[in-house]
Design a protein around this ligand. Structure first.
Ligand code: UD1
Ligand code: UDP
Length: 368
């Protein structure tokens, strides 16, 4: 059985690593890796290959940045050539980025089965590019691997046949569990001169937050105010960096001594930083889940989340209106009075890759 695995953007690398490791237990599977090149900076790509011990991709399509249509179309044209040459039995896509939907569509049109890891998540907000990618990818897929109960329900509500849906847990957490020892040995806290549980981590990159000057300025204002009371570490995503330059808001961190602005961090340093922090302010999907697993308070500056289990668990809180009175007090209050409500989500246990491979192998043996 030949399987092509697709990655393109930062969160994809974290999701594919445990699966690539798991294939080694199944010598009859030939597994290939395709990197679309959606993310390409060292800190957004190669660094994750190095740290997560992902071997060099069999194909790097070198697509790079562009508008949604340009990026998706270029990936499709290039990936089609790979599928024609390799004739895989299955294409595995992960997450909700443009590389995910582009490759799922190519494969399905060539009558190649598609497996979607992290299926079923819904924000019910179609202004989010990821929501469109999720819906389309799920409806193209033959195996839908779900991270949390809500995913199963969402897919059933969209009339996806239950026999295609498999609740396997969260593969992001496989990576976290597998790397915990290395994470605990990182020296990022010392290197940045921080004290444990005494600083806030901030990440922003959603277009809804960073591609609007008024909203971005407002967020920067909050960060400045928060920095009066606590140290802040702010690893900047390239989209955010570009927006800060375009809007001439780059001074952030330049003169504020309590804000440590960094390049995007490597995975091990980033998780170590989050694990030892007092709390996290973010709009990231993956970070909402990692803080849930680590039991770290997370405040998500978004109107919705496609990951409702993180809210139920009590680690994640949404701030849906950043213009609301008292937002700063709310943030501080949530961090100070934090108490997780329920236990860790079901099947977020480091064994998701194993469950996924068992399903794939079982289905292949039933077919042959
Ligand atoms: C993409 C995903 C998003 C995901 C995020 C993870 C889509 C539609 N969006 O958003 O779901 O949460 O990745 O980080 O697929 N850039 C660089 N260097 C890089 C990559 C990007 O400078 O290595 C800059 C370019 O200016 C580019 C911009 O960042 O135009 C945005 O990159 P892109 O991959 O289009 O979207 P992300 O915001 O990274
Ligand atoms: N991450 C990292 N360094 C950083 C910021 C994030 O290693 O500076 C990791 C983190 O584990 C996170 C993952 O990258 O869960 C995905 O990040 P991102 O927020 O870019 O994507 P999303 O999950 O929102 O799609």
């Amino acid at each position: 059985m030949k399987i092509i695995n697709v990655v393109g953007a930062r969160p994809n690398f974290i999701k594919i690593a445990p699966l690539l490791e798991e294939y080694k237990k199944w010598p009859k599977i030939k597994s290939l890796l395709v990197h679309t090149g959606q993310h390409y900076d060292f800190n957004m790509s190669q660094r994750f290959f190095d740290e997560l011990k992902i071997s060099k991709p069999d194909y790097n399509l070198g697509i790079g940045s562009g508008s949604h249509a340009q990026q998706t179309a270029r990936i499709m044209l290039s990936f089609e050539k790979v599928c024609i040459k390799e004739k895989p039995d299955l294409v595995v896509v992960v997450g909700d980025v443009n590389s995910t939907v582009a490759c799922a569509l190519v494969a399905k049109k060539m009558n190649i089965n598609v497996a979607h890891v992290e299926a079923g998540l819904r924000s019910f907000d179609e202004s989010m590019p990821e929501e469109i990618n999720r819906i389309l990818t799920d409806h193209l897929s033959d195996f839908l691997f779900v991270t949390e109960e809500s995913g199963k329900k969402n897919l059933q509500n969209e009339n996806i046949p239950p026999k295609k849906i498999f609740f396997v847990g969260n593969i992001m957490i496989d990576s976290l569990v597998k790397n915990l020892r290395e994470i605990n040995n990182r020296k990022i806290i010392e290197n940045l001169n921080l004290n444990k549980k005494d600083y806030l981590v901030i990440t922003f990159h959603r277009p809804s937050n960073v591609e609007n000057k008024e909203i971005l300025s407002k967020l920067l204002g909050y960060i400045k105010d928060l920095s009066k009371d606590m140290v802040i570490v702010f690893p900047i995503h390239p989209r955010t960096k570009k927006a800060l330059e375009d809007y001439k808001l780059k001074e952030i961190g330049g003169y504020l001594k309590n804000i440590k602005v960094t390049e995007p961090l490597g995975y091990l340093d980033f998780i170590s930083l989050v694990k030892n922090s007092k709390g996290v302010l973010t709009d990231s999907g993956g970070v909402q889940e990692e803080t849930t697993f680590l039991g770290v308070p997370c405040i998500t500056l978004r109107e919705n989340t496609e990951r409702p289990i993180t809210i139920k668990r009590g680690t994640n809180h949404l701030i849906s209106n950043i213009h609301e009175e008292g937002v700063l007090e709310k943030i501080k209050n949530l961090i100070e009075n934090f108490k997780p409500r329920v236990k860790n989500p079901e099947k977020w246990d480091g064994k998701t890759a194993e469950r996924i491979l068992k399903v794939i192998v079982k289905s292949a043996s039933e077919e042959s």
